[in-house]
Design a binder for this molecule. Structure first.
Ligand code: SF4
Ligand code: MG
Length: 284
């Protein structure tokens, strides 16, 4: 069986036909397969929203968390078992509205996980109202006269928060997206990949054609460890770019903890039920 098939389960996929999230799911599975990561060595954690289904559509360990909380859960999993490849995924409403505080601290903390921001600039699951990433003048049921606020720019925020790997992809560019996800997984630290993933049902103005016309591909020969240049690229493109924006090799959170973490769950002797009982009692 090809490794990508190992990640495929029988759960019916109910995203709308043409939804960008199908491409993210496929790219993630191919990236994991190309890196020869087995599904029992990976965990996929999602939040709430259409994007939140990605974990259910993937045969791997996982956790479907509550709204905006995929990152605290994913970080906890990685701290408990640093051998796992941990992927967190969530939409723009999930990660940059209710989850913004968690996103900023996760970026700053630099735990070695990969965060796929499935960004369609709208709340899809709750039927099409504006998110903090929606564009100015966007007319929705919640903004019948048009959105009057400017959108947040996730990559600019991540740069400001000290992000160690920041990239942007597009559902309409599969091969490039696969490569970015692979790089993100291989990066030792927190990786943010902001993926423009069209919601064909509730944000038809931001269609595949619109993104093809408006996204700028970053020059691959840029010095991606130059933070100033990353800010400049972000501002010059108004955040509408694809490619690797910035990467550094700052030590990740776990490298800063000296020695082996003896209290991490993976290091506990789980046959010793007295130890486990004590641990549970502590939280009762
Ligand atoms: Fe995708 Fe939008 Fe349909 Fe949700 S509502 S499944 S985001 S196209
Ligand atoms: Mg959304």
């Amino acid at each position: 069986m090809a490794l990508i098939d190992v990640y495929t389960n029988q759960v019916e996929q109910t995203w709308c036909p043409g939804c960008g999230h199908y491409s993210v799911l496929r790219a993630l599975k191919i990236a994991l397969a190309r890196l020869e990561i087995q599904n029992h060595d990976s965990a996929i954690v999602s939040g709430i929203g259409c994007s939140g289904r990605i974990g259910g559509y993937t045969k791997a360990y996982g956790f479907h968390g509550i709204h905006g909380r995929s990152l605290p859960i994913a970080q906890g999993i990685k701290l408990a078992n640093r051998k796992l490849t941990v992927i967190a995924a969530g939409g723009d409403g999930d990660g940059f509205a209710i989850g913004t505080g968690h996103a900023m601290h996760a970026i700053k903390r630099n735990i070695d996980i990969t965060y796929l921001l499935m960004n369609n600039q709208v709340y899809g699951l709750t039927k099409g109202h504006t998110s903090p990433l929606s564009e100015l003048n966007f007319v929705t049921k919640s903004t019948p006269l048009g959105q009057v606020e400017d959108p947040l720019k996730p990559s600019l925020l991540a740069l400001s928060a000290g992000g160690s790997f920041i990239a942007q992809g597009f559902s309409g560019e599969q091969e490039k997206l696969i490569e970015l996800i692979m790089k993100g997984i291989l990066h030792k630290g927190f990786s943010l990949i902001n993926i423009f993933s069209p919601c064909v049902t509730f944000n038809p103005g931001k269609s595949y054609a619109w993104f093809r016309e408006n996204l700028v591909s970053l020059d691959e020969s840029r010095n991606t460890s130059d933070r100033g240049d990353a800010f400049k690229a972000c501002l010059e493109t108004d955040g509408l770019f694809t490619g690797l924006l910035y990467e550094n090799n700052a030590p990740d959170y776990q490298s800063r903890i000296s020695g082996e973490n003896k209290t991490a769950l993976i290091n506990l002797d789980i046959k010793n039920t007295r130890l486990l009982d004590g641990l549970i009692e502590e939280f009762m």
